[in-house]
Design a binder for this molecule. Structure first.
Ligand code: ADP
Ligand code: MG
Length: 401
């Protein structure tokens, strides 16, 4: 079944609409350091406002403990949202139940962080339904546009969509359209590049995508669990001992399926985990003969590996990339991530970057969003979608894979 889109709600002129956005932006000392998520929400909000809808925006920010905490307030977001929309945004810092749903003409209302109320993320469906009724006072229709949270069974994602006539906003619809292309009929060759810190976060994706891809390239911290599974020493590099058997099973299945599973042939090894640590390139076939066995920490893929990954990526028709190739936060160990990102910009076809840190990495390295086919705003949500899971926040909007 197809996702209900905005059009399914009919004319919204004069209607009060509640919009769930993902305005969970990074803040430093109360200042927004990346307003990408606020910008991503503008398309839907402007479309509703242009139709003459009266809009109340709801969101979470960070992980407060079910009670108000100043550092998780959405107030700075209200100011930025007002600037970007070019109209007044009234910020309600009280509980939703104590806030008047009445709006002046042309005004937008932003409610305070939903996670200040423990019922937003409660495990108890009854509590979530009760909170949903309080939020439903703010409109006669609900638009779900927080793609980053559609994998969560939270009040503002799930119960509220049941409490009011509901539809997906354009951000959710466009994210889904891209992710669906990655799982349904991806143009071949199809390459998936995985990195980041933990294999255990990515097992589901590997499992689900293995039969569908032509090449699977492994970098980041997780590569060391693969190397260890093949019997290589990995020093003090990130290693998930309890995943060795699973990883061996993936290596076996890849061979059986004829998938080109590519592991690094060289890695950048540091003396310790620090930005200024001494480091050298070590070839995997010589890893036993080097100092790597004892104290070395692998913090990036090596230049030969990066070049090989780049060749495979750039000659693919479909590429999905999740997880930095190294500790890109340290400039000395960002080269692998930069080389792979650059290759993605040359893909003649669909290139998708998914994952919070991966998106942050390409921006921090100076790439523009427009150089990629798509940068997903939701890390966990995009991974769970690609794992083939049913996402509650999409299912409730009529979506069925
Ligand atoms: P995403 O948010 O894009 O899904 P992850 O959260 O899985 O990505 O991983 C991002 C983190 O992985 C980054 O902070 C990066 O420093 C770390 N990382 C990458 N390579 C290594 C490595 N070799 N050792 C330790 N950490 C690594
Ligand atoms: Mg992350």
């Amino acid at each position: 079944m197809a996702l209900r889109t905005l059009e399914s709600l009919g004319s919204l002129a004069g209607t009060a609409v509640v919009v769930r956005c993902d305005l969970n932006v990074p803040l430093k000392d109360g200042v927004i350091t990346d307003d990408g998520r606020i910008r991503a929400s503008l398309t839907t909000l402007n479309a509703l406002l242009e139709q003459g809808a009266r809009v109340t925006v709801i969101s979470h920010l960070g992980r407060p403990d079910g009670k108000p905490e100043a550092k998780y307030s959405l107030r700075p977001v209200a100011d930025r949202l007002s600037e970007l929309l070019g109209r007044p945004v009234r910020f309600a810092d009280g509980a939703p139940a104590d806030t008047s749903p009445d709006l002046a003409d042309g005004e937008v209302l932003l409610l305070e962080n939903l996670r200040f109320d423990p019922r937003e993320t409660s495990k108890d469906a009854g509590e979530r339904e009760e909170f949903a009724r309080e939020l439903a006072r703010f409109g006669t229709a609900f638009v779900s546009d927080g793609f980053g949270v559609v994998h969560r069974k939270h009040t503002s994602v799930y119960e509220l969509a049941q409490a009011l006539p509901s539809a997906a906003g354009s951000l959710v619809a466009s994210e889904l359209e891209v992710l669906d292309r990655l799982t349904e009929s991806p143009a071949k060759p199809y390459t998936v590049v995985l990195g980041g810190s933990k294999v255990s976060d990515k097992l589901g994706v590997i499992d689900h995508l293995l039969p569908r891809v032509d090449s699977l390239l492994i970098g980041g911290g997780m590569l060391f669990t693969f190397l260890a599974a093949q019997g290589h020493p990995v020093g003090k590099s990130l290693l998930e001992q309890d995943q060795l058997d699973t990883v061996r099973e993936y290596l076996r299945r890849a061979e059986e399926l004829g998938v080109n599973l590519v592991l690094p042939t060289d890695v950048e090894v540091a003396e310790r985990f620090a930005a200024d640590a001494a480091h050298e390139t070590v070839r995997i076939d010589r890893i036993e003969q080097t100092g790597f066995g004892a104290d070395g920490i692998g913090l990036d893929i090596g230049p030969e590996t990066a070049a090989e990954f780049a060749d495979i990526v750039a000659s693919s028709k479909t590429v999905f990339w999740n997880g930095p190739m190294g500790v890109f936060e340290f400039p000395e160990f960002a080269a692998g991530t930069r080389t792979v990102a650059e290759a993605l910009t040359r893909v003649d076809g669909l290139s998708v970057v998914g994952g919070g840190d991966s998106a942050a990495a390409v921006r921090a390295l100076g790439f523009e969003d427009a150089q990629f086919g798509h940068i997903s705003t939701g890390g966990g949500a995009s991974l769970e979608f690609l794992e083939g899971k049913t996402l509650p926040g999409l299912e409730v909007l009529g979506w069925q894979a």
